[in-house]
Design a protein around this ligand. Sequence first.
Ligand code: FES
Ligand code: MG
Length: 579
Amino acid sequence: MSETKKPKLRSAEWFGTQDKNGFMYRSWMKNQGIPDHEFQGKPIIGICNTWSELTPCNAHFRQLAEHVKKGILEAGGFPVEFPVFSNGESNLRPTAMLTRNLASMDVEESIRGNPMDAVVLLVGCDKTTPALLMGAASVDLPTIVVSGGPMLNGKLNGKNIGSGTAVWQLHEQMKAGTITLHQFMSAESGMSRSAGTCNTMGTASTMACMAEALGTSLPHNAAIPAVDSRRYVLAHMSGIRIVEMVQEDLRLSKILTREAFENAIKVNAAIGGSTNAVIHLKAIAGRIGVPLELEDWTAIGKGTPTIVDLLPSGRYLMEEFYYAGGLPGAIRRLGEGDLLPHKGALTVNGKSLWQNCEEAPIHDDEVIRPLARPLIEDGGICILRGNLAPRGAVLKPSAASPHLMKHRGKAVVFEDFEHYKNRILDPDLDVDADSILVMKNCGPKGYPGMAEVGNMGLPPKLLAQGVTDMVRISDARMSGTAYGTVVLHVAPEAMAGGPLGIVQDGDFIALDCHNGSLNLDISDEEMTSRLAARAGSQAPVAKSGYQKLYIDHVLQADEGCDFDFLLGSRGSAVPRHSH
Ligand code: FES
Ligand code: MG
């Protein structure tokens, strides 16, 4: 009787030989008290941990890793936990986006250079999810995502408040004089009262949903609250599953197909997901070699209703989303309405996305709304092009005001973020509710790192008049927890010579989300002469260090802001020996 042939383990290239090299690789590991039998052919599973006390959203990850280990051990694997650069959105300056690519390099090289047969990615805070998926995609081992989960609902005066969104709202209210500084400050501790990521449908929740929709995590990974014991059960089950994935040789490239990305774009519309997903999905797709264009967001997402009623677009928070049925519930609704393009897309548990979701219970029709009663009829991300954004810009209709989606107004221009912060307070600023706020030099090269400053707060004098939204345009990003009629990711950015750089006070700009256009109302001749006058006039913002590497190699927003030299998968071939 012949045994089923197990695939040769990659880790055997380190630990499987009885010679000088095998001696060295094993001997140093044994200083941790690891017995001989652990090295005799068990699948070695890396646990890539973004734990850090400076990334509060991921600060519970040591505990999370312990539960993953239990599952790995139970299934006969050998867990090895390792740290990588932790991209904490709330503390890192000038922006965590600056180091997303750095983290992805750390992840890629850590996985490839070390003895592992598969990897579990522990992700949470915004940039940690794309950074780890990008790095892992460039190696392409069997990979499973375990997210840290969202915080419990924030509380203020007995009411729910949402991460980030509450900050923007309360700050505007304070500037308008409707709440006091004391009231503003008292929200601080109630907003963040448990472990976990932002509990709104911000970028962290969005990317957790994207990881699940792409098929890279077990069902329900996105929404189980961080402190719910079921989060730890999911971590345990993911540990069991990753060992099986080694036997099945179920690599990331079998999951991250074009079909998976199309499903994810559809799901992003249904959840009212963050504009940051446009950049991150492009970057992940670029690493695994799947073509994805800005126009795919229109072609695939347009017409998809937003049915998940979460802040900042809607009313509820991630806690309610999980109790209502979580992402499988939302995907079930899409599938039943024939809005899930690829029901057969494979996921990490070996089943298709649809098999995982078709019978998912839905417990609350207010949170996961029926398709016939959506929060927003068309929740797709709006892609804009025109002479002001030749390589595209994005706007999130579900966070915007319907009356401003087609708008022509006079530009009030800020040369950079500091100029904006000073000038917006000027009581004599020539601005009214129809003006369009334009900010330059906040793109990938300009900030650098494309900070989340695109949702410029409104002029205090207009807030005092009761104005709650205005059209805003920049080459920046905005937090997924923010809202407003905000045109973002204008490409090319001002610092890269884009036309955004030549807009002047008083120029007219026309925005039309219905036909996807964004135009500066000046003649072609005027455009050409202004661009020529500006060319080469701006010095790069860094002359050395990582920031110089970043500025020299970062791609524009339409290309996912990855580094030009990181595109593609470099595979999992075992590097040559170190000694
Ligand atoms: Fe970490 Fe929002 S700051 S998820
Ligand atoms: Mg954010």
